[in-house]
Design a protein around this ligand. Structure first.
Ligand code: MN
Length: 310
């Protein structure tokens, strides 16, 4: 089964596509970027011309100042865009799975949630600083659901990946050797890093990427691994737009064909984190990267597909 039961999103070929990733609660910077791109008025109203799309490739929550506010902003813009001949695609990241699975009681996901900035999400819902310390996942979830009942349903509505022309948009990247169906159903796409962007086999021509190539995918827009500025890989067939390391939030206009390194990229400074990552746990990142995709797959298989929607 998929990381959720939401189908992948197909963006019509003729649309103009803007992409961002790893927004991590940066509602102010996102508002400024959307206004500069002509997508919103900077205060939550979708103003883009018909045929405009915004694709957010996951990790909307945790770390930054207003996770709940940013999710609400993007869900509202998604509804407005759908009524105005546009499209907002909200895609899953590992942080959305850490919130949903962690608060559902999956132990390793809960530890990852607390270690990697989940407290910032609790704060943005209205919990007091440190209120969650020592609480069970169940107790935190009950408090969060009472303060922000729309929040978990909104995260359940995120899609596994999107496609536009020959572009795949996904949080971590394509996973080598998989069919497109297996790629969409497993959680590895949320965590993969060097296995995609430093793969010895070039994308999309290497043997391991045959299923993607045969499905018409030749380029990938992704995030998850923080970089200083939007960075092309695989000879311009891949573009990482997670610029968390550079202290900025980026919004990239994806060229309809050719070198992704030629994308127009707008940036705005990120605000300070609301909570720091746990430095001890951060050293376990590779352990989490190795275990959590399987944990998510097992957890989702156990909870089934009947999730609340906004
Ligand atoms: Mn991520």
């Amino acid at each position: 089964m998929a990381a959720s039961d939401v189908p992948p999103i197909q963006v019509p070929d003729g649309f103009t596509v803007w992409a961002a990733s790893d927004l991590h609660g940066q509602r102010g910077a996102v508002d400024r970027l959307l206004a500069r791109a002509g997508l919103s008025d900077g205060a939550g109203r979708w103003v883009a011309p018909p045929g405009s799309a915004l694709v957010v490739t996951g990790d909307v929550v945790d770390r930054g100042p207003d996770s709940v506010g940013l999710v609400r902003r993007l869900v509202s813009l998604r509804a407005q865009a759908a009524q105005a001949g546009g499209l907002v695609a909200l895609l899953e990241g590992n942080h959305e799975m850490q919130v949903l699975g962690g608060l559902a009681g999956q132990d390793r996901l809960f530890r990852a949630l607390l270690a990697f900035g989940g407290g910032a999400t609790f704060l943005s819902a209205g919990m007091a600083p440190g209120e969650w310390t020592g609480l069970s996942a169940e107790a935190i979830r009950a408090r969060l659901d009472a303060l922000a009942p729309d929040f978990e349903p909104a995260l359940w509505s995120f899609a596994p990946y999107a496609r536009w022309r020959d572009v795949l948009l996904v949080h971590g990247g394509p996973v080598p050797g998989l069919s497109l169906e297996a790629f969409g159903q497993g959680a590895e796409r949320l965590w993969i890093r060097r296995g995609f962007f430093e793969a010895a086999e070039p994308f999309p021509d290497g043997a391991g990427w045959a299923a993607y190539r045969e499905a018409g995918i030749a380029r990938v827009v992704y995030g998850h691994t923080p970089v200083e500025r939007a960075s092309a890989a695989h000879g311009g067939h891949a573009l990482n737009v997670d610029t968390w390391r550079g202290g900025v939030v980026s919004l990239a206009r994806i060229p309809p064909e050719g070198d992704l390194g030629a994308a127009v990229v707008l940036t705005e400074p990120a605000e300070a984190r609301a909570t720091e990552d746990d430095p001890a746990a951060a050293s376990e990142a590779r352990v989490y990267d190795a275990h959590l995709p399987g944990d998510v797959d097992a957890w989702l298989a156990s909870v089934g597909t009947d999730h609340p929607r906004p």
